[in-house]
Design a protein around this ligand. Structure first.
Ligand SMILES: C[S@@+](CC[C@H](N)C(=O)[O-])C[C@H]1O[C@@H](n2cnc3c(N)ncnc32)[C@H](O)[C@@H]1O
Length: 278
C-alpha cells in the first residue's frame, strides 16, 4: 500500500482519502454496523484519564512493551479499539530511542510506529492528533485488520473487542499480544451503586481459551489501586464505558452526589506470545 499526504492507494488500485481529521477509513465491505463510542463518552474518558486514575494501567502496558519490543528496529505497535489514544501514546513515547540532540524528530532510525484502530470516527479524530508517530484508522476489529501478515511487533487491546485470529495473523512470530481486562473488583463501589454492567466473572479464563490457538500465555500484571476521586470524575467513570449507553448523566450525578469518594481500579494486564509454529 502506497501512502501520500492525502491518502493511501492499495496494490489493487483502490485509493482511500485521508479525512480532514487526519484519519483513514478502511471499513470492510459490510460497512459500519455499530458507531463505537460517542463524542460524549470519549470526552468523559479523556477527563478520567487526565485525572491519572489509570496511570497504573499505562505503566503496566509500558512495562510489557519495553520488555517485548525494546530491541526491535522501528517497532510497530497496533492498539485495537484505541479510544482516545492515551495508552498508545504512552507506549510509543516509551519505545522512542533517546534523541542525541534532544530534538523531536519523528522519522529517524529506530522510531516506533503506532497504528491505532477504532470503529468510532470521533475516537479516530483524537487518535490522529495524539502523537505524530501514530496512524489512525477507522476499522471494525471483528471484520479484520487492513494489515499484511506478520508486520506488527506488539498488539495491545485495552477494554476493547478482540479478534484472536486476526491478531495472530498480523503479529510476527514471537511477537506479543497484551490484553487489559477488568478484574472482579473494578470500579467498585461505584459500579454497584450506579448500576453499571459487571465484568464477566470468568473473563480471564475465557480470554486464555479464546487465545489458545496461536498464542502462549505469558506474565500477568495486576493493577489494583483505590483512589479518592471528585464526584464529577466518578460520574465520568460511570458514563465513559459500555454502561454509558444505558445510563443517563442526571441519574448518575444523583447517585455519586457532590463529595469525593473512593473508587477501585482493578485491572488484569495479560500478555501472550505469538507461537513460533503456526
Ligand atoms: C471501553 S473503550 C476503550 C478505549 C481505549 N482502549 C481505552 O481503554 O481508553 C472501547 C473502544 O473500542 C471501540 N470499539 C468498539 N467496538 C469496536 C470494533 N468492533 N472495532 C473497533 N473498535 C471498536 C469503541 O469505539 C471504544 O473506543
Amino acid at each position: 500500500m502506497g501512502s501520500t499526504d492525502t491518502g493511501v492507494e492499495c496494490g489493487g488500485g483502490h485509493s482511500f482519502d485521508r479525512a480532514r481529521g487526519g484519519h483513514l477509513t478502511l471499513l470492510g465491505s459490510r460497512g459500519r454496523r455499530f458507531p463505537g463510542d460517542s463524542a460524549e463518552q470519549l470526552a468523559a474518558r479523556e477527563r478520567v484519564l487526565s485525572h491519572g486514575l489509570f496511570d497504573g494501567v499505562a505503566d503496566a502496558l509500558v512495562g510489557v512493551a519495553t520488555d517485548a519490543v525494546g530491541v526491535a528496529e522501528r517497532p510497530v505497535v497496533l492498539d485495537a479499539g484505541a479510544g482516545t489514544g492515551f495508552y498508545l501514546d504512552r507506549v510509543i513515547g516509551a519505545l522512542r530511542p533517546p534523541s542525541p540532540a534532544g530534538g523531536d524528530a519523528t522519522d529517524g532510525p529506530g522510531e516506533p510506529l503506532g497504528i491505532g484502530t477504532e470503529l468510532s470516527v470521533a475516537a479516530a479524530r483524537r487518535l490522529a492528533r495524539v502523537n505524530p508517530l501514530v496512524t489512525a484508522l477507522v476499522v471494525d476489529t471483528w471484520d479484520g485488520l487492513p494489515l499484511v501478515d506478520e508486520c506488527v511487533d506488539l498488539v495491545q487491546v485495552v477494554f476493547a473487542p478482540r479478534n484472536p485470529s486476526e491478531f495472530a495473523r498480523v503479529l510476527r512470530k514471537g511477537g506479543t499480544l497484551v490484553v487489559a481486562v477488568p478484574g472482579p473488583g473494578h470500579l467498585e463501589p461505584l459500579r454497584t451503586q450506579a448500576g453499571m454492567l459487571a465484568p464477566a466473572a470468568d473473563k480471564a479464563e475465557r480470554l486464555d481459551t479464546h487465545l489458545a490457538a496461536g498464542f502462549e500465555p505469558g506474565p500477568v500484571r495486576v493493577v489494583d489501586v483505590t483512589a479518592t476521586v471528585p464526584a464529577a470524575i466518578a460520574a465520568d467513570l460511570a458514563l465513559m464505558g459500555p454502561s454509558g449507553v444505558h445510563l443517563d448523566r442526571a441519574g448518575v450525578e444523583q447517585v455519586v452526589g457532590t463529595v469525593d469518594s473512593p473508587v477501585r481500579v482493578h485491572v488484569e494486564v495479560r500478555s501472550f506470545r505469538r507461537s513460533l509454529q503456526e
